[in-house]
Design a protein around this ligand. Structure first.
Ligand code: ADP
Ligand code: MG
Ligand code: MG
Length: 876
């Protein structure tokens, strides 16, 4: 349960925690580190599982290691001569906030403070250590509020007429020590223990308990850290950076963590201890200046930084202390870095021959790449948000608040920066979304209209920010105490979901050489193809630029939502007679053809999967309630004639088409079989566009996809419609335009009878959004705003199944679908086009199942390329 630091190593991280293993490894490679021992994470877990009761023999084991430690150093805790002083530091396997703060100078007591004063020849230093210890110990272990101590220091300084702590004399500090004891007794109702061993025992217990604080629990759940890892406790001999002008303490990185540049990066303070550097009480000096002040320690530090970076093959974040001219390292760990720095460090370390490409690829966090593709907030903004919603579409946007799409479009097109703030957006708002810097809604989840549209277009979006009070009539937005009116500037961060008052600084997207090069390495090792979901030529071009190898999903109905097309679509839906419908479709055909021409042009030489119409028809008509109200209003106003008649007719159609469960209603292939002429029109438009693009010397690769198939017979019939129409169109050309026909697998039944369905399919594309809804029986839009978050927080489900694929349920269906599909159609191409296609954990599963490709939104393409490479490397 306890290891001497010299017994540990980096491999023992699960047992010794990150800090303990890191320190042990430094000893192993000969870097100067203070002596000490580590109580293991397992001891912590055992204690916490037993309601805080320590496992048998733990204290005996700690005391045995302490005895040996005292023996080695020739010092004893609390001794009047040559006292041993230690720090007590928590250190979990993954570094996490909320754990117990470090206690410095444990071992100082009424006796040993005298010994320390004598030994150092500096009584002030000794008494300062003592009062710092009481302060930290009282606060951290005994729960005395921090201000109780700091108030006393302030009062004393006031009485002395001084402003700096350094002005306190030995007598002042002696007085403070006594006062602190009284303060602690007042708060805890008992004397602070005076025996350092008892203090140590309580400090270890406090570290254990900090693993189970609510704050730590919340952090672990938010970051997917298991509750049973536990934290280790490191007890280390104190070294003193506050011994005088030949002592110092500091932190440094082996490279610049924001740019990745290989240059000196760090800060130090002369005559200071531990937290003085981070606490911001005194302003630290740039590391380069240490060369003048402490030249020998400085040179040794640079040399050590280099050794540690080579040893770990990665950028390190280091804490050090110089004790009377001698350098000690107190911590080293992998340095946190921006995405830009991650790429540069990876590329440079490979170029320097420190690591190979594969290692470099495994080091980069795929999700982090998103940062680079959108303008983001300057990470050092230091501003607190007004509120927080869902981080629905990454990137940051700054602009004036506007409350409707027309205003957004008008002012946006005039070159003003605006943020569209709505309860929720609708297809009617698209022009406003396009012209805005970002979208903020008070309602709706990650798949709300605003979120989907914004993601597709690469606009930042914060959705479902429930604290917003929007008054469209009054043109005001209230968030808590803050009242804003139209025209006031706000900043939204779609990567975090935060909303800020005023304009924060943005940093531009950074597609650098590092980005291109490192992702190029990823392409060489991955097996999974990566395509994009894109509906327009512009999106397709963007996707291609980001490395997409085709389009995995083009949603044709998005083309129907356009303002000048919607009336034609409605006319088609409302048509009473076949020839009226045919006329409307004739008008739609060239419009769709133009869209497909753009897509095929942008993706020449690469496959383009076009899905035939999917949503229920009522989605193209006005809302039932609104239309009823309109009719009511017209009736009340006594408006008669054609206007009322039209409104009533439309209402009748809306009523006729409305369904109790539209998601499971007349949509997908069912709709297309009911109105084959719609699908025929789409196939003609596709074929004509392909021919036109081919005539221009380009290379269209057409894949036609039928949605929501559950029965093989549906696909057989639909394929018939498609092939007949295709033959009619391309017959003139000799029929040599390549095309394939496949289906989405988005119903459990489809996966289960995939062998029968595959007989009519050239490819399967798993629509894991709908497949998740239909498999787990959860409606995403309803659940994300209500019980789903509770489910995730309470650990009922391991993760939101719409963000990361449900491995055991949906994943199993995908596996079955692939196996059965290939059993009847060897060489069946298989892919995924749900949002899971851009999620690294899901990508790992899809790789393992053996899919051919994933398809995700254009901005997720780089993430998917890297994640696919990492899983390929991992499974080697
Ligand atoms: P954190 O996890 O918050 O970084 P640490 O225990 O690493 O906690 O550090 C808290 C501060 O105490 C750091 O500045 C560190 O350098 C200092 N510190 C920890 N142990 C010692 C020690 N044995 N001697 C001197 N300073 C120490
Ligand atoms: Mg800490
Ligand atoms: Mg530290």
């Amino acid at each position: 349960m306890v290891y001497d630091l010299a017994e540990g190593s980096a491999e023992m991280k699960p047992l010794l925690g990150g800090k303990g293993a890191g320190v042990a490894e430094m000893i192993r490679v000969g870097v100067p580190v203070p002596d000490g021992f580590t109580v293991t994470t397992q001891a912590c877990v055992a204690a916490m599982q037993d309601g805080g009761r320590w496992p048998d023999g733990l204290w005996t084991e700690i005391e045995a290691h302490l005895d040996a430690f005292e023996e080695r150093t020739g010092r004893r805790l609390g001794a009047a001569r040559r006292p041993l002083l230690v720090s007590v530091r928590s250190g979990a396997v993954v570094s996490m906030p909320g754990m117990m703060d470090t206690i410095l100078n444990l071992g100082i007591s009424e006796e040993s403070v005298v010994g320390l004063a004598e030994e150092s020849g500096n009584p002030r230093f000794a008494w300062d250590c003592y009062r710092r210890f009481l302060q930290m110990y009282g606060e951290v272990v005994e729960g005395v509020p921090a201000h109780a101590f700091s108030d006393e220091i302030a009062a004393l300084k006031n009485r002395r007429g001084i402003t700096e702590d350094t002005g306190l004399t030995v007598d002042d500090l002696t007085e403070l020590v006594a006062t602190f004891r009284t303060v602690a007794r007042h708060h805890t109702g008992e004397e602070l223990p005076t025996d350092p061993r008892e203090q140590l025992r309580r400090a270890v217990q406090a570290v254990f308990s900090s693993w189970d604080t609510p704050r730590a629990g919340v952090y672990r759940r938010a970051n997917g850290i298991p509750d049973d890892l536990g934290t280790a406790v490191n007890v280390m001999q104190m070294v003193f950076g506050n011994r005088g002008d030949t002592s110092a303490t500091g932190v440094c990185f082996t490279r610049d963590p924001s740019t990745g540049a290989k240059e000196l990066y760090g800060e130090f303070l002369v005559n200071a201890q531990g937290e003085d550097v981070v606490a911001g009480i005194r302003t630290p000096r740039p590391l380069a200046e240490m060369e003048q002040v402490l030249p020998d320690a400085y040179r040794e530090l640079l040399d050590t930084m280099d050794r540690l970076e080579h040893h770990y093959g990665d950028m390190q974040d280091i804490e050090f202390t110089v004790d009377d001219g001698k350098l000690y390292l107190l911590q080293t760990r992998t340095g946190k870095r921006t995405a830009a720095a991650a790429l540069k460090v990876a590329r440079d370390l490979v170029a320097e021959g420190v690591i190979d490409r594969e290692t470099a690829l495994l080091r980069i966090e795929p999700a982090q790449l998103d940062q680079l593709l959108h303008p983001g907030l300057d990470p050092d903004h230091g501003t607190s948000p007004l509120t927080r919603g869902l981080n629905a579409s990454p990137g940051a946007g700054v602009g004036q608040v506007v409350f409707d799409a027309d205003t957004a479009a008008e002012r946006g097109e005039a070159g003003e920066a605006v943020v569209l703030v709505r309860w929720e957006t609708t297809p009617d708002d698209i022009h406003g979304v396009i012209a805005a810097q970002g979208v903020l809604t008070s309602h709706g989840g990650m798949t709300s209209h605003a979120a989907v549209v914004a993601r597709g277009m690469g606009r930042p979006c914060v959705a479902g920010a429930g604290d917003l009070r929007i008054d469209v009539e009054a043109r005001t937005l209230t968030i808590g105490q803050t009242a804003l009116t139209e025209g006031d500037t706000i900043t939204i961060d779609g990567s975090t979901g935060e909303v800020f008052a005023g304009a924060l600084d943005l940093v531009p997207p950074q597609i650098t050489d590092d980005f291109t090069e490192v992702l190029g390495w990823a392409d060489e090792v991955r097996r999974l193809g990566v395509r994009a979901n894109a509906d327009t030529g512009a999106d397709a071009a963007k996707a291609r630029e980001l490395g997409a190898e085709g389009i995995g999903l083009c949603r044709t109905e998005h083309m129907f939502m356009d303002a000048d097309r919607l009336p034609v679509v409605q006319a088609m839906i409302l048509a009473e007679k076949p020839d009226e419908r045919a006329a409307a479709l004739d008008r739609l055909l060239p419009m769709q053809q133009a869209d497909f021409t753009e897509l095929f042009t942008a993706m020449s030489g690469l496959p383009v999967t076009i899905r035939l119409i999917d949503p229920p028809l009522h989605e193209f008509l006005p809302d039932l309630v609104e239309q009823s109200l309109l009719v009511q209003r017209l009736e009340d106003a006594g408006t008669g004639g054609a206007e009322l008649e039209d409104a009533r007719t439309l209402l009748a159609h809306v009523k006729r088409l409305s369904e109790a469960n539209p998601m499971l209603g007349t949509r997908g292939v069912r709709l297309a079989l009911l109105f084959p002429e719609i699908a025929q029109m789409q196939v003609r438009a596709i074929a004509r566009a392909a021919r036109a693009v081919r005539a221009d010397g380009l290379d269209p690769r057409v894949e036609i996809m039928v949605p929501l198939v559950g029965f093989a017979e549906e696909l057989r019939r639909m394929r018939d419609v498609v092939e007949t129409t295709w033959a009619e169109e391309v017959g003139a050309d000799g029929g040599d335009l390549p095309h394939t026909v496949g289906t989405m697998i988005e119903l459990p039944r489809a996966a289960l009878v995939a062998d029968a369905i595959a007989e009519h399919a050239d490819f399967f594309s798993f629509g894991t959004n709908d497949l998740t809804q239909t498999t787990v029986g959860i409606s995403r839009d309803d659940a994300e705003g209500s019980f789903l978050h509770t489910y995730v927080d309470a650990g009922i489900v391991p993760a939101n199944p719409f963000a990361s694929v449900d491995v055991d349920g949906v994943g199993e269906l995908v596996r079955i679908g692939v196996r059965k599909g290939r059993s009847t159609t060897p060489g069946l191409k298989t892919g995924v086009c749900g949002e899971h296609g851009g999620d690294p954990a899901s990508i790992a599963l899809f790789h393992e199942i053996g899919l051919d490709y994933v398809s995700c939104s254009p901005y997720r393409v780089p993430v998917a390329r890297l994640a696919a490479a990492q899983v390929a490397l991992g499974s080697r």
